[in-house]
Design a protein around this ligand. Structure first.
Ligand SMILES: Cc1cc2nc3c(=O)[nH]c(=O)nc-3n(C[C@H](O)[C@H](O)[C@H](O)COP(=O)(O)OP(=O)(O)OC[C@H]3O[C@@H](n4cnc5c(N)ncnc54)[C@H](O)[C@@H]3O)c2cc1C
Length: 538
C-alpha cells in the first residue's frame, strides 16, 4: 500500500485492530526516527501525529545538520562529539537532502571571538567530530575573509575561519524517515491526535484513544509500549498521564527571517557574533537568504509560535551590523518561521544556556517520554529509545540497523553514484522537455523518487501537478499546506511564485479527497492565513 492518505481507511483499520509492540506519539523527526529504527528491527510499530508530519519544531529549525559550535563554549563536549560525528552518517544516508556546506566564521574587532581562540575552538570542533584532515577548518586573514564574503565590512574585520557543516531541509528529512518507516512495515498516520490513555488494572499504560481529525471519529490503539515523542507538547501528555513530576520542559522560541537573494546576496553561508553573546546564521539558498535564530523563553500558544516585531528587528539589526552595505528593512522580509525548542528546565539558567541534550523520562505507568536533542542526533536518540523498548518487551530484537540504512530517496552507495544518478535524471527529463534546473530542484528534494515525478509529467501533468500528485500518492499530504510548507518548503524558499499556484492546487486536492465545500474552503483559507502570517509581525 502506498504512503498516501487515499488509503487512510485502511491505515485506521490496521491501527485499530493490530496489537502493536510499540506506539509512538508525535510525527516530528524524533518520533519518525524511533518508528524507523523499531520497524527495521522487526517490531510491530505504529505512529500517530496530530497534525501533519514535521508540523512542529521539525519544520522550523535552522535546517542545518551541525555539531553545534557554540555548545563548545558551554563545554558540552560529549554533545558536540556525538552530534558532530553523526553529521557524516546523516549525510551518507540521505545525500539528496543533507548537503555539505562551508560555513564562514568572521572575526570582528568589537566581537566576542578572538582570532586564536576561534582557531583552537574550530580545530577542537573538527577533532571531536572526527572530520577528515583535508576538510578541517581553515583560518583566513582579513583579505581572504572579505574575498570569501565581500559583503562583510573590511574595516572591522580581523580575520575568519572556514569550517565544514551540512545543510538540510528539516521537514523533508523527517518525511523521508517516515516514508522509510512505512516501507519497512510501520503504520503511520497524520491528523490523528492522542486524546487520552488506556490503562490495565495495574495502571500500566496499554493503549491510546485517538481522534481522527479527518473523519472526526475516535478509535483506540493497543500497544505493549508507548513512547511520547511530542517535542514541545511532551509535558501535556505527561500531565494527561498524571506523571508530570521531576524534570520539566522549558520552551524557548527561535525565529528565522527570509530575504530575496538579491537583497542579501551572500556568496557564502556565515555564522556570526551578534555582540550580546549570541551567534546567528545567514544562509543563502537558491532564490533567498535566511537569517536566524533567536532564543527567548516562551510560555504562549504551542500551536502557533510567530515571529514578532522585536524578533524581526533583532535579526535585522544584527544582519545590517555585520553586512552594513545591504541596509535591510522590515519591508524586505518575504517570509519567516518560528519554532519552539523543547529543552529541559534548569534552575537559574537563561534560554541560551539551557542544554540541548536529549532526556528520557519514564513514568510509573510505563509511558516513555523523550525531549530535547537536535535534528542531527535523531538517529542516536531513536537507538537509545528502541534499545529501552526492547528491554521492556523482554525480547531480543537485535541491534540498531539505521547507521548504514539509506533513507527513502537516498539509496546511493557513494558520491559518485549520487552524481551519476543526477546526470541520468537530467537526461530523462530532457526527453520530456523538463529543464535541467527543474530536475535538479526535484532531485535535491526527492532523490531517486524523481523517476516517479518524471512519469507523472510524461502522463500529461503540468510540472506543479506532477509534483503534487507524487506527494499525494507517496507522501501522505492531505491539504495544500502540507504540500506548500512541509513537502516543498515553497512558503519559505519561493513564496512569491508559489502563492499564485495555491488556489488551483488546493482545488485539485479537495476534488481528489471529495471534500465538501466547507472543508475545501477551510483548507484553502488555512494556507492563505499561513502565507499571510509569514510576513505579519505583530
Ligand atoms: C529555532 C530552532 C532552530 C533549530 N535548529 C536546528 C538545527 O539547525 N539543527 C539541528 O540539528 N537541530 C536544530 N533545532 C532542534 C530541532 O529542530 C529539534 O530538536 C527537533 O526538530 C525536535 O523534533 P521532535 O520530533 O522532538 O519535536 P517536533 O518536531 O515538535 O515533533 C513533535 C510532534 O508531536 C506532535 N504531537 C503533539 N501532541 C500530539 C498528540 N497529542 N498526538 C499526536 N501528535 C502530537 C506535534 O504535532 C509534533 O509534530 C532547532 C530548533 C529550533 C526551535
Amino acid at each position: 500500500m502506498n504512503f498516501s492518505n487515499l488509503h487512510r481507511k485502511d491505515f485506521v483499520q490496521q491501527l485499530s485492530t493490530t496489537p502493536f509492540d510499540l506506539l509512538v506519539i508525535g510525527g516530528g523527526i524524533t518520533g519518525c526516527g524511533i518508528a524507523l529504527d523499531a520497524a527495521l528491527r522487526g517490531m510491530k510499530v505504529a505512529l500517530i501525529e496530530k497534525n501533519d508530519f514535521a508540523s512542529g519544531t521539525s519544520s522550523r529549525s535552522t535546517k542545518l545538520i551541525h555539531g553545534g559550535l557554540r555548545y563548545l563554549k558551554q563545554l558540552e563536549i560529549k554533545l558536540v562529539h556525538d552530534v558532530g560525528s553523526e553529521r557524516a552518517v546523516v549525510h551518507r544516508n540521505a545525500r539528496h537532502i543533507v548537503i555539505p556546506e562551508k560555513m564562514l566564521l568572521p572575526i570582528v574587532e568589537d566581537g566576542s571571538l578572538g582570532k586564536n581562540s576561534s582557531s583552537v575552538g574550530l580545530l577542537v570542533y573538527d577533532l571531536l567530530a572526527g572530520v577528515k584532515k583535508d576538510e578541517r577548518r581553515k583560518m583566513l586573514d582579513r583579505h581572504a575573509t572579505v574575498k570569501a564574503e565581500p559583503l562583510l565590512a573590511f574595516d572591522k574585520l580581523v580575520g575568519g575561519g572556514l569550517y565544514f557543516e551540512y545543510r538540510t531541509d528539516d521537514s523533508r528529512l523527517t518525511i523521508e524517515i517516515a516514508k522509510s518507516a512505512h516501507e519497512n512495515g510501520a503504520v503511520l498516520l497524520n491528523y490523528a491526535e492522542s486524546k487520552s490513555f488506556v490503562y490495565d488494572d495495574s495502571k500500566n499504560i496499554v493503549g491510546v484513544k485517538v481522534f481522527d481529525k479527518i473523519s472526526n471519529a475516535e478509535f483506540e490503539i493497543c500497544a505493549k509500549t508507548i513512547v511520547n515523542a511530542c517535542g514541545p507538547w511532551v509535558d501535556l501528555l505527561r500531565k494527561e498521564d498524571n506523571s508530570l513530576k521531576g524534570k520539566r520542559l522549558q520552551l524557548t522560541k527561535g525565529v528565522h527571517i527570509v530575504f530575496p537573494y538579491e537583497k542579501l546576496p551572500l556568496k557564502q553561508a556565515a555564522y556570526f557574533d551578534v555582540g550580546d553573546g549570541r551567534m546567528i546564521f545567514a544562509i543563502p539558498r537558491n532564490r533567498i537568504t535566511y537569517v536566524g535564530t533567536t532564543d527567548t523563553v516562551y510560555n504562549q500558544n504551542l500551536d502557533k509560535p510567530q515571529c514578532n516585531k522585536e524578533d524581526a528587528q533583532y535579526l535585522l539589526n544584527a544582519t545590517n551590523k555585520m553586512f552594513p552595505s545591504v541596509g535591510l528593512k522590515a519591508e524586505d522580509i518575504v517570509s519567516s518561521w518560528a519554532g519552539l525548542r523543547p529543552l529541559i528546565y534548569e534552575e537559574g539558567k537563561s534560554a541560551s544556556e539551557l542544554s540541548r541534550k536529549d532526556e528520557i523520562m519514564i513514568s510509573p505507568s510505563g509511558l516513555i517520554s523523550i525531549a530535547g536533542g537536535k535534528l542531527t542526533g535523531y538517529r542516536l536518540m531513536a537507538e537509545k529509545i528502541v534499545d529501552l523498548v526492547s528491554k521492556k518487551l523482554k525480547r531480543d530484537f537485535g541491534k540498531c540497523k539505521t547507521k548504514k540504512f539509506r533513507l527513502s530517496g537516498g539509496e546511493f552507495k557513494n558520491e559518485e553514484e549520487f552524481q551519476k544518478s543526477l546526470a541520468q535524471f537530467i537526461e530523462a527529463g530532457k526527453a520530456e522537455n523538463i529543464s535541467a534546473d527543474k530536475i535538479r530542484e526535484w532531485f535535491y528534494r526527492y532523490g531517486t523518487s524523481v523517476s516517479k515525478l518524471i512519469v507523472n509529467a510524461k502522463n500529461g501533468k503540468s510540472l506543479e501537478a506532477a509534483e503534487l500528485l507524487y506527494c499525494l500518492e507517496h507522501e501522505m499530504i492531505f491539504n495544500i499546506s502540507d504540500f506548500m510548507i512541509r513537502r516543498t518548503g515553497k512558503i519559505f524558499f519561493d513564496r512569491t511564485n508559489s502563492e499564485k499556484q495555491i488556489e488551483e492546487l488546493s482545488n485539485s486536492l479537495s476534488k481528489t479527497f471529495a471534500l465538501d465545500e466547507s472543508s475545501a474552503t477551510k483548507n484553502f483559507a488555512s494556507v492563505a492565513e499561513e502565507f499571510k502570517a509569514a510576513v505579519t509581525f505583530s
